[in-house]
Each structure stands twice: as C-alpha cells, then as structure tokens.
Design a protein around this ligand. Structure first.
Ligand SMILES: *[C@@H]1O[C@H](CO)[C@@H](O)[C@H](O)[C@H]1NC(C)=O
Ligand SMILES: *[C@@H]1O[C@H](CO)[C@@H](O)[C@H](O)[C@H]1NC(C)=O
Ligand SMILES: *[C@@H]1O[C@H](CO)[C@@H](O)[C@H](O)[C@H]1NC(C)=O
Ligand SMILES: *[C@@H]1O[C@H](CO)[C@@H](O)[C@H](O)[C@H]1NC(C)=O
Ligand SMILES: CC(=O)N[C@H]1CO[C@H](CO)[C@@H](O)[C@@H]1O
Ligand SMILES: [Ca+2]
Ligand SMILES: [Ca+2]
Length: 567
C-alpha cells in the first residue's frame, strides 16, 4: 500500500490576518486568559480511554487489573497523557464486562480491591494524571441488592426499576410484553418475573434491568454514588449511555424506522426510538449530577450520548448559566465516516464545522476517533492514516480523546466465535457475531514482543492477543527512529503550547485531497497542519487558499509513514 505524508509546519512568529466571520469561540482570538494557562485540567490534557481488562495484568491471571494500570503510570507520563478514563471496575457478575454493576461502591475482585483503587489514585495524582470514573446509570446488574428486593416487592425498592403489567395473555396463557420495545442486544426489552408477575425493562441484557429515574429515590441513590466517588478523590465522570436514561411515560409501541433497510423486528435498528431515546427528562437528571460536581473543586463530567441530530447533542452542554456537562462526547468523526473513502479534507472540515458552529457560546469542544465500542481506527480507516488522524484529534481546538493502543496504531484482531466474549457478538450466533462483537478492538495492549505481548504471564489471556504483536508494540516503536508513538508524544507536547491551548482555527485548504488548517494566537508561533487524505500523489498550494501565509516555514512534526521529500 502507498503511504501518506503529513506535514506539520510552523511559521515563525507570523501573524495571519484573521478571516473569522463567526463570533464563536475558536473562530476568534480569546483575550480572557491573562495567565495563559488553562484553569480547567480537562481542557489542557489528552483524555485516554483505558479498557482495564486489557491494559496490564499484574497477577498473571490473564485479565488486566487496577494494580496493572498503577504499574504503568509512567507510561502515561511518557506519552503525555494527563487524564485516563477507566471502563468500569466495579463489582459485577461480568455478563457485560462491568457494565452490569451489582454494587456501585465496591471494586470487583477481578480488578483488585478498594485499596488498590485508592493507591492507583494516589500514584496517578502524584504524577499529575487525572482519573475519570465510568459512571453507569442506565441500569444495574440483576444481582444488585436493589433489584433482588424490587423483585420481592419490597416497599422501599419496588419502584426502583421500570415494571409493567403484561398487555394480556396469549392463548397458551403466556404473558404478552407491554409494548414492542427491543433491547440493544436484540429481542424484547421486557423480561417476565414469575415471582412478581410483572415485566421489567432492560434496554441491554436481561441481566441489566433499567433503573427508574422517575422515582426520586433512585435519583437520590445515584447522587449518593456520585458523592461517594468524588469523596474518594476521582477527578470526574464519564457517564455511560445517557440516551437510554429515561423512557416516555406513555409506554407506547415504537414505529418502524423509515429506510432502515432492516427487516427483522427483533433487531434494535428496525425501530425509530421515539419513546426510549433522549427523552427531555434526561437532561434534568444529568444537570443534577453536574450540580453535585460543582460543589467539589476541579472536577469534570463528560457524557456518552449518541444522536444523529447535532442539536440534541448540544443541549447536553447546557448554557453559560445552566451547564449540563463539561462536554458531551463528540462522536461525529465516528458516526459520519464509515471508511477510508469517507476521509477527505472536505468531509473532515464539515465535521469540524458541524461541532464548532453548533456549540453553545463559551463551551469547549472535544474530538473522539474511537473507543471500546468501535473498531480500531487503523481498521476503519487504514493503517497509513493513523498519524494523520492522531494529528487531527490532538491539534484541533479542544480536548483530544484517544482509545488505548491508538498511539501505536493497534488494529482489530480476528477472534473466532469460540473465543468471543462480548455478549453483543455471542447473541448474534456464529454466522453474524463479527457484525456486532466488540472483542476485536478490546485485545490486550501490545507492550513488547515477549509472550502475550508483555501484557500477562498467564498461559491464556481473557481474549487472544493480536498476532501482530511481535512487530507492532510499544517497545519496538520506542526504539524505531520514526514511529506512531513518537509522533504521538510529539503531538502531546505540542498541544500544550499556547497556540493550541487558546488559539483560533482557520481552514487554509479543504479539498478531497487535503485538509489544511492554521492555528494562531497573538504573540505565539503560528502553526499550519496539513493532512493528506488523497490516494494519489497530490500537489497543493496552501498559500493559495483562504488564509494568507508567509513564504517560509519549518517542519516541526511529520508522520512516521510516507515519503520524506525534504523539509
Ligand atoms: C494569575 O496567576 C497568579 C499566580 O497563580 C494568580 O495569583 C493570579 O490571580 C492569576 N491572575 C488571574 C487574572 O487569573
Ligand atoms: C405464547 O407465548 C409463549 C411465550 O412467548 C410462546 O412460547 C408461545 O408460542 C405463545 N403461544 C401462542 C399460541 O402464540
Ligand atoms: C439556559 O438554560 C436554561 C435551562 O434550560 C434556560 O432556562 C435559560 O433560558 C438558558 N439561558 C440562556 C441565556 O439561553
Ligand atoms: C498523499 O498520499 C498518497 C497516497 O498514499 C501518496 O501517493 C501521495 O504521495 C501523498 N502526497 C503527499 C504530498 O505526500
Ligand atoms: C451506547 C451504549 O450502549 N453504551 C453502553 C451502555 O450500557 C451497555 C450495557 O451495559 C454497554 O454495553 C454499552 O457500552
Ligand atoms: Ca489480573
Ligand atoms: Ca432507561
């Protein structure tokens, strides 16, 4: 395959005429920070999503753990990553790998103990690394004490979950679910409880009953969980699956989606989820959580929320007087780019514009390329684009978000059905599991070329290590003269400069072949970022675009792949 070249150029102290036409932040110069250092840590750093099962196994049982993450704290320092977000490590029967929580205040023994967690916090904080906690409010495990008591109709807990009577009984006397809602993991979202003689709602697995946020007691319980972890010293929350939080009170059937192309009504994608997704009440609950955070010093909250409509997402920022979160994750690079051919300068620019033009005044953007639910960036867009896409998310104005392993360009592994662990894959059976299984992007971190990629000393890891680890690993890339990890580290350093922290963005060129943008900040060097999205050799005149540029410049970073024609 041919490779791409990505120039990254600095113009010494050049002042570029601002073409800013919009009044939005980042379209124009900011003068509100006399000390020129970000007050909020979450604006400064890179946020890295760490999948604890796969990061580092400290005790040789084949599963990554909290001590393992602590042992690797220097890795984050070396990379320049200042915030880590751990996927859930709480007590769980692990039907959905920690997203089914049976105790919101206890660490699962697979991952370690509360003491391990506290030690990790201490260690990370001593190295100026913030720890973001994964808060999973949409449901609990069916093994949670609240659910067990709810099934028994315990007066305190009976309305903690979403219970409904059957619509009726069929001719053989079996109860019929209250409506046609389906689970994200397929089939009815309602499960019958023989004991209580009612159905409960589960938007995910049967073992993950949905909490009832219309019950003020539930809201209070979850607020207490948030306070518990803030008191422990976590620096913030990434809140899981916000879109599923509250359901419409009508409990009406959902209509089929127009043009979904899906004909199987047991599948989630068949429906238009007008009664189960992003209901207006959700925002009220989320705002309540943010208020709790505000009563602590220096904490952060981001939301996992999916919606096609940018306006729906933007509501989750709130406004200057009524914040809802620090930012909802920006998944548009994920949702609007389905493969290599979608990655063009024009498309990338339109996605950046979509966010910046719709973001409420005074808010802070963020950029996400991948996470534990999405195929690896290399596998979606091509291994040659890794450096370019890391440049994009780390050098645009705002917080850059990375999934562990993207700094070395890890790729999806091929996992057999027998080795598959993810219920989202297993539920579809051996013929279709690859369509939804999230295991390929969750394989162990590739540290070096020793057994199990240096991840674990076990004879078998919880999912197989990607076979390419012998050549693709941290050690090899640190030793190479040029590599993805080296580019990543350089980018991490560069993004701390004033120009990237506070500067404006202007697009110099956006064509099918190239995206070039300029970051500038008065009194600081101006930078030009040029990303080659072409499949062929292309000549581009960056000075002929919309931004006036000086005649000479110096290359400060370029991609590790591709040709090296001069400086
Ligand atoms: C700038 O930083 C100094 C030292 O930290 C602090 O005392 C001062 O209040 C800051 N000024 C502003 C305007 O934030
Ligand atoms: C009644 O419902 C049960 C459980 O869903 C199902 O197994 C059975 O086939 C249904 N019977 C009829 C006659 O629809
Ligand atoms: C901010 O949001 C609150 C709550 O939605 C609303 O009442 C208020 O009018 C908004 N303020 C502005 C300036 O838009
Ligand atoms: C852009 O990438 C293509 C595809 O790999 C390559 O052929 C071309 O030489 C690159 N152009 C530049 C200017 O690096
Ligand atoms: C978007 C989404 O589904 N997020 C999470 C919500 O909870 C389920 C079940 O626990 C997880 O599997 C998802 O990753
Ligand atoms: Ca372990
Ligand atoms: Ca719900």
């Amino acid at each position: 395959m041919k490779s791409y070249v990505f120039f990254f150029v600095i113009f010494s102290y050049a002042i570029i005429n601002s073409q800013a036409s919009s009044l939005r932040l980042f379209r124009e110069r900011r003068a509100d920070d006399p000390n020129e250092t970000q007050k909020e840590f979450w604006k400064r750093g890179i946020l890295m999503d760490i999948y604890p099962r796969s990061f580092y196994d400290s005790d040789g049982d084949g599963i990554g753990d909290i001590k393992g993450i602590t042992e690797k704290s220097d890795y984050f320092v070396d990379l320049g990553v200042e915030m880590i977000w751990l996927n859930p490590v709480l007590k769980s029967p692990m039907k959905d790998f920690g997203y089914d929580i049976s105790d919101f205040r206890a660490i699962d023994p697979i991952f370690g103990t509360m003491e391990d967690y506290e030690n990790m916090l201490k260690e990370m904080h001593s190295k100026n690394i913030k720890v973001i906690f994964d808060f999973v409010p949409n449901h609990t495990s069916d093994q949670h004490e609240w659910f067990i008591k709810s099934v028994q109709n315990d007066p305190k807990y009976k309305d903690y979950y979403v219970w409904k009577d059957p619509k009726g009984y069929n001719s053989t006397g079996a109860p019929i679910p209250p409506n046609n809602w389906v689970s994200i993991f397929r089939f009815s979202a309602w499960e019958w409880s023989e004991e209580r003689k009612q159905f409960y709602l589960h938007k995910f697995l049967i073992e993950q009953p949905d909490l009832n946020y219309r019950n003020p007691e539930v809201v209070k319980e979850m607020n207490d969980v948030i306070r518990f972890w803030l008191d422990k010293g976590v620096d913030g929350f990434r809140v899981d699956a916000i879109q599923n939080l509250v359901e419409d009170v009508s409990f009406a059937d959902e209509p089929a989606a127009a043009n979904s192309g899906i004909t199987d009504p047991t599948l989630e994608g068949y429906y238009n989820h007008i009664y189960t997704l992003n209901q207006p009440e959700t925002i009220v609950v989320v705002r309540g959580w943010h208020e709790i955070l505000e009563s602590y010093k220096d904490r952060f909250m981001t939301l996992e929320i999916y919606d096609e409509d940018v306006k729906v997402i933007m509501k989750f920022y709130g406004n200057e007087t009524n914040p809802v979160s620090d930012f909802p994750f920006n998944f548009f690079f994920i949702n609007k780019l389905s493969g290599r051919s979608d990655v063009t300068g024009t498309r990338l620019k339109s996605i950046v514009d979509l966010w910046l033009d719709n973001m409420p005044k005074g808010k802070w953007p963020n950029w996400v390329l991948g996470n534990h639910d999405r195929n690896r960036v290399s596998s979606r867009f091509g291994t040659d684009l890794i450096d370019a896409l890391n440049m994009l998310v780390l050098l645009l104005p705002g917080t850059g978000v990375s999934y562990y392993g993207e700094e070395i360009g890890m790729v999806d592994a091929v996992i057999s059905f027998e080795d598959t662990q993810d219920p989202a894959g297993i539920n579809l059976g051996p013929d279709h599991y690859t369509e939804t299984s999230r295991d390929p992007e969750r394989t162990p971190m590739q540290w070096d070329d020793t057994e199990n990629a240096g991840f674990s000393t076990a004879s078998k890891t919880w999912i197989p290590v990607n076979e390419n680890y012998r050549t693709l690993n941290v050690k090899a890339q640190n030793e190479a003269s040029q590599s993805h990890i080296k580019v990543y580290k350089d980018l991490a350093k560069l993004r701390l400069k004033k120009t990237f922290q506070f500067g404006t963005i202007e697009f110099a060129v956006a064509t099918d072949e190239v995206l070039a943008f300029v970051r500038s900040y008065e009194g600081s060097p101006t930078y030009l970022v040029v990303i080659n999205t072409s499949a062929e050799d292309t000549t581009v005149d960056v000075q002929n675009g919309d931004v006036k540029l000086p005649d000479s410049a110096t290359v400060v970073i370029r991609s590790s792949t591709g040709y090296q024609r001069g400086n």
